[in-house]
Design a binder for this molecule. Structure first.
Ligand code: SF4
Length: 289
């Protein structure tokens, strides 16, 4: 998973005024992932400090009326290239004429905010790459700290057996310091709890897939962006797991053969132990992230 982060959110003084805009939560996350810092405006050839600019949805101009569109488009192309072709999550500074993901100033230099993206984010969206803001990171990490629901889904499991897995999992995880977090095992088609942020880990396929409760469209709602970030965080955590990651297809396939734990060639206690271990990894990653 590739992560791009606005440099100014990480404390780099690359803003137009020669200052940075560090975000505690983004810096906290950055300490636990491998990422690339980017400043599209500097990458486009603009100096720091520089005259403030705004994007009116068509062109970018300086406050003195000078057109700077070319530099912004160049920086946008550079950012898209940096994100590359694989799955990526870009965390970019809201309201910027380059990096804004949902809001930007309207180009009149009257402090008027409008719905819309900055130039680099528009280019990312056009390339099918998602970008979320520091606001989304802050909200998601805060919500995780309050608790979430982790659901392991198994397609043909009987309700009584799913309930037994759930009870044993939670019993084995009582030492984990996330009081409001639930872990449960469900069969396909079962109701998903809605009261907490929800992570669905689908064990019907190998390697396991991670979903949140809605699919992501790159130009979608604030809530869908939060779900996307959560899904990226989980993907990151799962990639670090030797059992469920794509690096270990064989053990995962063996365990969840035929898409059903009931057919798995492993004793019940080993499966519980595996799910406990996986849950602990998710917990450790999410709570330090
Ligand atoms: S272009 Fe983006 S990274 Fe650079 S200073 Fe502006 S908001 Fe920050």
């Amino acid at each position: 998973m590739k992560w791009l982060i606005s440099k100014c959110l990480l404390g780099d003084p690359c803003r137009y005024d020669g200052q940075s805009k560090p975000s505690d939560k983004v810096c906290q996350l950055a300490r636990n992932i491998s990422y690339t810092g980017v400043c599209p405006e500097v990458a486009g050839g603009l100096a720091t400090p520089r005259i403030p600019s705004e994007y009116n949805g068509e062109v970018v101009s300086n406050a003195d009326g000078t057109g700077v569109d070319f530099a912004y488009r160049l920086g946008a192309k550079y950012t898209v290239n940096l994100a590359g072709e694989g799955p990526a999550c870009c965390i970019l500074k809201e309201k910027s004429p380059s990096c804004g993901t949902e809001k930007r100033y309207d180009g009149t230099f009257t402090s008027t905010l409008v719905d819309g993206e900055g130039v680099a984010v528009q280019a990312l969206y056009d390339a099918g790459i998602c970008a979320v803001s520091e606001v989304v990171v802050d909200e998601v990490l805060t919500e995780i700290s309050r608790g979430l629901t982790i659901i392991y889904r198994i397609d043909t499991i009987l309700p009584a057996l799913a309930a037994r897995y759930t009870a044993d999992l939670n019993q084995s995880l009582t030492d984990v310091s996330w009081d409001t977090t639930q872990v449960c095992v469900v069969g396909e088609g079962s109701d998903i709890p809605q009261d907490l942020p929800c992570i669905l880990i689908d064990l019907c396929d190998a390697p396991s897939k991670v979903y949140t409760d809605s699919s992501m469209q790159v130009r979608s709602s604030h809530q869908a962006k939060k779900n996307y970030l959560l899904s990226c965080l989980l993907t990151e955590a799962m990639q670090a797991d030797p059992v469920v990651s794509a690096d270990d297809n064989e053990s995962c396939s063996a365990l969840f053969a035929h898409g059903s734990l009931e057919c798995a060639p492993m004793p019940y206690s080993d499966i519980v132990e595996l799910l406990v271990r996986t849950t602990r990894r998710l917990h450790d990653f999410l709570y330090i992230a």
